[in-house]
Design a protein around this ligand. Structure first.
Ligand SMILES: NC(=O)c1ccc[n+]([C@@H]2O[C@H](COP(=O)([O-])OP(=O)(O)OC[C@H]3O[C@@H](n4cnc5c(N)ncnc54)[C@H](OP(=O)(O)O)[C@@H]3O)[C@@H](O)[C@H]2O)c1
Length: 250
């Protein structure tokens, strides 16, 4: 595939992300607290759903990293991606306290599609179009990007850890999270995810990484607003000063 065709596909995929972003203000993705038993087809076990949804992101980057002749910088990007998705695919689902909970297979298939295209595009770029050199490691974009990536990853993981541990092993109900960035926002895990992939896009400075960052924001920002509204409706004592996802703002 020529790079022009590749870039055209990436821009079309960004347009799809923008449409998805707008749609998600009107339709809530039905998993987790927003799961609907009816109207979204067959349901499968929640943990299995997470593994199936995330596995394309791990496997595709791994395959392109193996078949491509990656520079050191591209290899570093692939390793960061793989570290995140090893956790998200194989560790995160096992830690979830969602015993007996299910998610619609339709959501699983749409996530496989979304993750497959994003990881496929990022992997393909690293395998066939990258032009990084070792000098890329001294570029300011690397320092800014990797800092954002790790700050975001820490915020995301600490926040998810707090949420997961709100429940005792066999509980499935919801509680109000406290501490860390929950003092400021309802969904610091989504804030961390957005910072992390913005950092990756800055570090990688290529169209598919930017595309994935746009897709991440398109997915998690509307979900954060829905979670925030849900918390305020469910808990009368929910902290009034807490925002949805951006401290002091939104
Ligand atoms: N890159 C992307 O496009 C993208 C898209 C979506 C998600 N993600 C990431 O994937 C991770 C999980 O996403 P998510 O939408 O499942 O997050 P979530 O709704 O915040 O839930 C995370 C986990 O914590 C549990 N939980 C949440 N709030 C709770 C509460 N108040 N009390 C007790 N347990 C609670 C949930 O249980 P239940 O399942 O029972 O609700 C779930 O197991 C996040 O780190 C997110 O950033 C990334």
């Amino acid at each position: 595939m020529s790079e022009n065709i590749f870039n055209l596909i990436a821009w079309i995929w960004i347009c799809v992300a923008v449409v998805t972003f707008i749609s998600l203000f009107f339709v809530t993705a039905p998993y987790g607290r927003h799961t609907q038993e009816k109207g979204w087809g067959k349901l499968i076990d929640n943990r299995l759903g997470w593994v199936l949804m995330e596995i394309p992101s791990f496997i595709l980057i791994l395959v392109f990293a193996i078949i491509g002749d990656l520079s050191n910088y591209a290899l570093m990007l692939a390793i960061l991606w793989l570290l995140h998705y090893f956790n998200r695919t194989f560790i995160f689902p096992l830690r979830l306290r969602t015993k007996g909970k299910k998610m619609p297979l339709s959501i699983v298939f749409s996530a496989i599609f979304f993750n497959g295209i994003n990881a496929g595009m990022n992997g393909y770029f690293l395998a066939y179009f990258e032009t990084y050199t070792d000098a890329s490691f001294s570029n300011p974009l690397f320092f800014v990007g990797i800092s954002l990536f790790f700050i975001g990853a820490i915020i995301n993981n600490v926040s998810d850890h707090i949420l997961i541990n709100l429940r005792k092993p066999n509980e499935t109900e919801y509680k109000i999270p406290h501490g860390f960035l929950y003092r400021y926002v309802s969904c610091p895990n989504f804030l961390g995810e957005m910072i992390q992939w913005s950092g990756f896009a800055v570090m990688a400075w290529n169209l598919p990484a930017f595309t994935f960052c746009v897709w991440t924001i398109a997915n998690v920002l509307p979900r954060a607003l829905k979670h925030h509204k849900w918390y305020k409706e469910k808990f009368d004592e929910y902290p009034k000063e807490r925002k949805a996802v951006i401290p002091f703002t939104w």
